[in-house]
Write a protein that binds this ligand. Structure first.
Ligand SMILES: Cc1cc2nc3c(=O)[nH]c(=O)nc-3n(C[C@H](O)[C@H](O)[C@H](O)COP(=O)(O)OP(=O)(O)OC[C@H]3O[C@@H](n4cnc5c(N)ncnc54)[C@H](O)[C@@H]3O)c2cc1C
Length: 512
């Protein structure tokens, strides 16, 4: 096995980094193991990055991305001249994966805290502060009472839950069913559903307790009361080694959408071949080699490699694996996906009533078009500066990012942009107090965007992994497995890459 050598390259791709531009010099005399990474979202990019940074061996890595752009759900563009993320806009900072990748690719100086993290709930009688909770399960009954988000009849019953006996979980249960059985329907409708709707675009009555709130599920194994288990989960904090100090979420100055470009720049320095507009149609294992058939330009091409990492959404992975591993393909195909749209509105600051907090969540029972709104120019300093609100300029703008769409509401997203914008504006204007229409807007549609962790999801993922473990040179990662958040997706990609390195015996002794 060969140790990597590096020389300074004048041809390093430009990016905002203070680090020297380095380029690996491939040694043409060494046989190199080929790896194809399918999917150029943050999962595929991270898998390739882990392979090049944690191996002692030089791999020939090709990354195939079907669309014209890298990054998948991580992308940033301008609205009224202000850059605002179109997809993910914050990174969980209490776990190490996302912040460490940001640091590794030279964006550490741009890692920022939000100005405010205080969310609201938009109930029938207006915006109410979201009381502290673990995915909507209250952790402070005084704060809950003060927030006035539950009717008194529900509030008064809650302390009785402290006397409940433990539940023995023989089968997985939905978050909605379990919370309702302990705390009543109002807690589900007013608190749990809006949070799950925001994160998964899913429904509390379908999503798995074990898969969507694993830390709470673990506490419930030896704690009788759900309320106490939620308090222990919150107190124990999920801050892990290598996490960032400060708020639970962090952003990147200029947008989380900058992260894929920074990773890709680094991959190119390592000689990774990145092909966009290259959509994989089928994969075949022939004589211990993967043959990957792609659509590229007008025609088809074939790529070959000993190893392959699949980093595509589960329904795509299911199609590609249908004849390679039918049981895994079947399970992957059964993971439902919800579609969402992000509608970003720019208003003249002078037309908007003063806002507090980072945004608000909307319970499904409220019957609104939007399910959440994020006050982008109040939440992130870099947006406030670009919009002129920080400097209180006369032409300052207020940027609000609203999201639409839960599982089963796909039709609502098919309306023309102008109808969607008009409905979203009506909701935002009513919640916040805005008398005039937006001066600019952007509609980003994300079809089949968020995997639904339905009851039984953990068992399903175990089955998929067990079936695929028997297939030589194949790893799988992405949002379908260990969490849909960017940090969890990066974690799943690192695990996949490390497994591939371990299997091929190329793991660096220092990789942890
Ligand atoms: C609107 C929205 C907001 C979000 N906000 C947050 C947030 O604030 N914080 C957070 O932590 N998470 C957030 N998430 C979740 C998070 O962004 C995603 O779960 C994560 O980015 C998924 O990454 P991925 O690489 O697994 O998948 P994707 O980003 O979907 O990447 C998969 C890639 O595979 C490519 N591909 C598909 N088929 C093929 C093929 N046949 N051949 C080649 N390539 C193919 C796709 O084009 C895509 O680029 C948000 C998600 C959405 C939709």
């Amino acid at each position: 096995m060969q140790k990597l050598g590096m020389t300074v390259s004048p041809a390093g791709a430009p990016r905002e980094s203070t680090r020297p531009s380095l380029r690996l010099v491939p040694d043409a005399t060494q046989p190199r193991r080929r790896v194809i990474v399918i999917g150029g979202g943050i999962a595929g990019l991270t898998a390739a990055h882990t392979l090049v940074t944690e191996s002692q061996e030089l791999f020939d890595i090709t990354l195939l991305e079907g669309s014209a752009e890298l990054g998948g759900k991580l992308t940033v563009s301008e609205v009224a001249g202000v850059p605002v993320d179109e997809g993910a806009e914050s990174l969980l900072a209490v776990r190490p994966e996302a912040v460490s990748l940001v640091r590794e690719v030279g964006l550490e100086r741009d890692l920022v805290d939000p100005i405010t993290t205080k969310p609201y709930l938009w109930l029938k009688d207006g915006l109410r502060p979201m009381p502290p909770s673990v995915m909507g399960v209250p952790t402070d009954l005084r704060a809950l009472a003060a927030a006035r988000v539950l009717p008194n009849r529900s509030l008064l019953k809650l302390p009785l839950e402290y006397r409940r006996r433990a539940t023995r979980f023989e089968n997985d249960v939905s978050v909605g069913a379990f919370v309702e059985s302990r705390l009543g329907r109002d807690v589900v409708d007013n608190m749990v559903e809006p949070l799950l709707g925001g994160v998964y675009a899913g429904r509390a009555d379908a999503l798995s307790l074990e898969a969507t709130v694993p830390a709470l599920f673990r506490e419930l194994q030896d704690e009788n009361s759900l309320l106490r288990a939620a308090q222990r989960t919150a107190r124990g904090g999920s801050r892990r080694a290598g996490a960032r100090r400060g708020p639970v979420f962090a952003g990147i100055r200029g947008g989380v959408g900058r992260l894929p470009g920074a990773v890709a720049d680094e991959l190119r320095l390592y000689g990774v071949d990145i092909c966009t507009n290259t959509s994989v149609r089928s994969v075949h294992r022939v004589d211990d080699v993967w043959r990957v058939i792609v659509n590229r330009g007008e025609g088809q091409e074939v790529f070959t490699a000993e190893d392959m990492v699949l980093a595509v959404p589960p329904h795509v992975a299911s199609g590609l694996l249908a004849h390679i591993c039918p049981p895994a393909a079947n399970d992957l195909g059964l993971i439902d996906m919800s579609s969402v749209a992000v509608v970003t509105l720019a208003y003249r600051a002078a037309d908007v009533a003063p806002m507090s907090g980072s945004g608000f969540l909307v319970p499904q029972i409220a019957g609104r078009t939007i399910k959440a709104a994020n006050f982008a120019s109040s939440k992130w300093n870099w947006i406030a500066r670009a919009a002129g609100t920080r400097q209180q300029r006369d032409d300052a703008l207020v940027l609000i990012r609203a999201s639409v769409g839960r599982i089963g509401e796909e039709e609502a997203l098919e309306r023309p942009d102008r109808d969607l914008v008009s409905d979203v504006h009506a909701d935002v204007a009513a919640a916040v107090g805005i008398a005039t229409p937006p001066v600019d807007f952007r509609v980003t549609r994300w079809p089949d965007a968020l995997p639904q962790y339905a009851t039984g999801h953990v068992r399903r993922v175990d089955r998929i992994r067990a079936s695929l473990a028997g297939i030589e040179g194949l790893e799988i990662c992405g949002a379908a497995f260990d969490g849909v958040g960017v940090a969890a997706v990066i974690g799943s990609a690192r695990t996949a890459a490390r497994q591939l390195l371990a299997r091929s015996g190329a793991a660096s002794a220092t990789a942890g």
